[in-house]
Design a protein around this ligand. Sequence first.
Ligand SMILES: *[C@@H]1O[C@H](CO)[C@@H](O)[C@H](O)[C@H]1NC(C)=O
Ligand SMILES: *[C@@H]1O[C@H](CO)[C@@H](O)[C@H](O)[C@H]1NC(C)=O
Ligand SMILES: *[C@@H]1O[C@H](CO)[C@@H](O)[C@H](O)[C@H]1NC(C)=O
Length: 406
Amino acid sequence: MTKGTKRALTLTSILLLALTSSLGPASVSANDVGYGEQKPHPDEIDGVKCLPYPVIVQETDNTKWETSDTYTLPEVPGTAAPLDKIDPDVSEMLCKLTIEEKVGQMMQIMMSEFMGCDGNLNKTALIDWMDNWKIGSILDVPSSEGGKYAWYTPPKLADVLDEIQEVATKHGSKIPILYGTDLVHGGNYIKGATIFPQSIGMAATFNLDLVNKGAKITAKDARVAGVPWVFAPILDLGVHKNWPRIYEGYGEDPLLVSKLANATVSGLQGNYRKDRNKVATSIKHFIAYGVPTSGLDRESRMVPDNTLMEYYVPPFEAAIKSGAATVMHSYSILNQESVVTSEYYLKELLREKLKFKGMMVTDMSEINNIINEHYTAGDLNQAIHQTMNYTSVDLSMIATDHEFGR
Ligand SMILES: *[C@@H]1O[C@H](CO)[C@@H](O)[C@H](O)[C@H]1NC(C)=O
Ligand SMILES: *[C@@H]1O[C@H](CO)[C@@H](O)[C@H](O)[C@H]1NC(C)=O
Ligand SMILES: *[C@@H]1O[C@H](CO)[C@@H](O)[C@H](O)[C@H]1NC(C)=O
């Protein structure tokens, strides 16, 4: 079964579960739930009363968000971009880390791994990850993928992120966690945030100013909820009609997508190192993700170099010129090479030709995918070796598995 159909089936099973949960227990295996997998759990663990299983989306946030404080912070003029040199305080911190701690800094784990059966942060699980693997980064909200709880309001998400930071600064490498999540069309994972049309709809307005304003609102909604880094915008050209992710991007015209890339990155980031209304972006997916040969998501693709340079690269180039802080690589094989292990695409093209100086993160589980989907490495040692020796990946979005750290 392809990921696309699996995802569609997952959605169907969520709807079915929502219907059947009121009629009595539904029979569903953990594997039907998708990434991260909601594992069966008892009614109670160590005196903590668990939410009923298996109900996928449950309300656990009773915050009255209408009564939250509002605030306005002055906008800081100018723009920021990744620097040539590492900040002195960061260098100093890095020099003090052991090899294990440095590896841990490269590990990004899903938040659903530390959610207890009651829908609250499970500090024991988080402390285990910090002490044993010294992880440096966390992604996603409790509701996404393997999570089973309804979206959080800004105060609740900010509180949970504060709790996580408190644990992070006392355990593992004692360095604050770098947290990021997908907010592609407004604060779509934050309850009460403004939701904009999908990117393809925004692009259809041809209105750069509107897209820029939308991005500014998204950045503020994200920061209010404690989110400093978003995995957006999507700059893939939606070229193959059958590709199921066309709606997430700005269409197939390289000129328009490049202009919208700047409008979005400027709106989300601005002077992000100083401005607390702003977030860091992660432009994605580098490179040529939107043109799988068969149309199926994550299938391999063939793109001649001149086409790559003329069509697929300009939007990324524009975003990098606008100061994009991070880049996420593309799932899949391009011209018979796994992009995540490609010296040509990730070093020569991204770092040398496009002069990208920021952080590079993989897409979900991609170093594992080299073994299980691309079949270009025999085991995880080889997969990690290929990625680290040949490319410029800084952070591995591992999702749920700690073998990278081993
Ligand atoms: C919290 O995490 C620990 C360690 O993974 C686990 O043993 C325990 O069952 C979890 N507790 C709850 C309430 O989910
Ligand atoms: C990028 O967008 C910003 C904000 O809309 C605008 O001021 C700037 O002129 C744009 N730059 C380019 C190169 O289009
Ligand atoms: C690591 O990469 C370099 C080129 O950057 C290559 O010369 C070397 O053979 C590689 N090492 C291994 C063990 O693959």
